[in-house]
Design a protein around this ligand. Structure first.
Ligand code: C2E
Ligand code: MG
Ligand code: MG
Length: 297
């Protein structure tokens, strides 16, 4: 038929499909190539997102998050480049950069006379976590930079545990013995049994953003968060909710017994300088009403 579109022809469709695949492959290859030089070109830096105590709006800690601005080609989100870095093994050098940068930043803030930002959460990917000798390398880094291990908390995901089992638990125990605390990130998304949680040397869990997003509208969403929180509380873990965007979410979380939150409601991830301005500044909004209502009356 004269009006039929060319792309509906099977061969043409196949070509379109191929073209898209080729573009995707090319894009990943470009990311990989650029990623190889990103650290030495100083294109990577860290941003810090406040973790806030729900009750009084006080700054409880921060999460360090990688930011990559390519000299050519603009910003790429870590959600996109971290998986490429993980697949190619480049994550070990990028992760080492992030960890060292956190330690150096802690001493910069300290030298500037600023109060510490509380515990600094650092994301550690699976490959970086299982890299031989990680605990020793971390110990050396702490020594070299004069960093107090209690200032740090490493975030690992359930997938690391599911893939590496007892070996991962051994590494966790070694890090904990150094004095570094551990947090299970994206908690609840790993489809693993919750029973293993009590055997892990973690002292904190992060409720995944997807569950927080479901809090306001969805009964099931609330039930999930309620059980995560009560499980965490029973095990004596610190519970941080991630991706809190509305005060209603914060209030529901607080009412369920969750004490800490991070999200755009409080602050997005910000540069080290912008965070410095927040250190020692007024608290964030709180759910605890009374505490700060008094100050503002
Ligand atoms: P994550 O560790 O779960 O980090 C939380 C992500 O949620 C961050 O995305 C943060 O910017 C975003 N976020 C925080 N609050 C809100 C909110 O209220 N709403 C929404 N929509 N998003 C919010 P980001 O910075 O793009 O990082 C994405 C992921 O990349 C991280 O997820 C983490 O898995 C990985 N990543 C980032 N930095 C590092 C790093 O230094 N090392 C490793 N291994 N992975 C990293
Ligand atoms: Mg994280
Ligand atoms: Mg997370």
């Amino acid at each position: 038929a004269p009006h039929s579109h060319q792309a509906s022809h099977p061969t043409a469709r196949f070509k379109v499909f191929n073209k898209r695949m080729r573009e995707e492959a090319l894009r990943l290859l470009t990311i990989e190539t650029d990623l190889r030089r990103a650290v030495e070109r100083q294109e990577m830096r860290l941003h810090y997102q406040p973790v806030v105590a729900l009750e009084d709006g006080g700054l409880h800690g921060v999460e360090a998050l990688l930011r990559w601005t390519r000299t050519e080609g603009g910003d790429i989100s870590p959600a996109e480049f971290v998986p490429v870095a993980e697949d190619t093994g480049l994550i070990t050098s990028i992760g080492a950069f992030a960890l060292e940068e956190v330690c150096l930043q802690l001493s910069r803030w300290n030298e500037a006379g600023l109060p510490p930002p509380g515990v600094v959460h650092v994301n550690i990917s699976g490959r970086q976590f299982m890299q031989p000798g990680l605990p020793y390398a971390v110990e050396m880094l702490l020594e070299r930079t004069g960093t107090d291990p209690r200032a740090l908390r490493f975030e690992v995901t359930e997938s690391v545990l599911m893939r590496h089992g007892s070996q991962a638990i051994t590494v966790m125990a070694q890090l904990r013995d150094l004095g570094i605390r551990l947090c299970l990130d994206d908690f609840g998304t790993g489809y693993s049994s919750l029973g293993y949680l009590k055997r892990l040397p973690v002292d904190s869990i992060k409720i995944d953003r997807s569950f927080v997003a479901g809090l306001e509208y969805d009964r099931d969403g609330q039930a999930i968060v309620r059980s995560i929180v009560s499980l965490g509380l029973h095990l004596g873990l610190e519970i941080v909710a991630e991706g809190v965007e509305t005060s209603t979410q914060a209030e529901i979380l607080a009412s369920l017994g969750c004490r800490y939150a991070q999200g755009f409601l409080y602050a997005p991830p910000v540069s080290a300088d912008d965070l410095a301005a927040m250190l020692g500044a007024a608290p964030f909004p709180s759910t605890g009403g009374g505490v700060f209502a008094g100050g503002s009356v």
